[in-house]
Design a protein around this ligand. Sequence first.
Ligand code: SF4
Length: 160
Amino acid sequence: MGIESALGEGYFTSKVDALIQWGRRNAIWPMPMGLACCAIEMMAFAGPKYDAARFGSERLSFSPRQSDVMIVAGWCNYKMAHAIRRIWDQMPDPKWCISVGACASTGGMHRCYGVVQGIDNFLPVDVYISGCPPRPESIIHALMDIQNKIKDEHSIQLDQ
Ligand code: SF4
């Protein structure tokens, strides 16, 4: 029996790599890291109005072991930076990071000794979102940017 007679006309071919990346980019589970006022917008993003389930990201994961993308929302002080970095290190690869708002990305208006002047001082940020605060749609846009990034990658990095 040939494959055509077994499956009829309803089959398609693909690569395992493409299948893995398809699944990966449509189930990006966020690790919410709400630090200040921007976190309110992140909570709105996770609510029913913005329907993050369209991107497979409605399940906020409060366990780093089950997270794909860390969303850092709000300004970050030095004391907190150590805890965030530890959580980041506990997230399995591959993983991504979104910096939400002016304060997370640059320190914003908090130009003082206690505040980290941008989380990229201790985290590899993939997408920066501008604004004070950014709208929930911006977080959705950032997720789509990460989806595009995954599309251009391979499921296994042979050079690591
Ligand atoms: S960018 Fe604006 S809204 Fe966001 S944490 Fe800073 S001050 Fe708050």
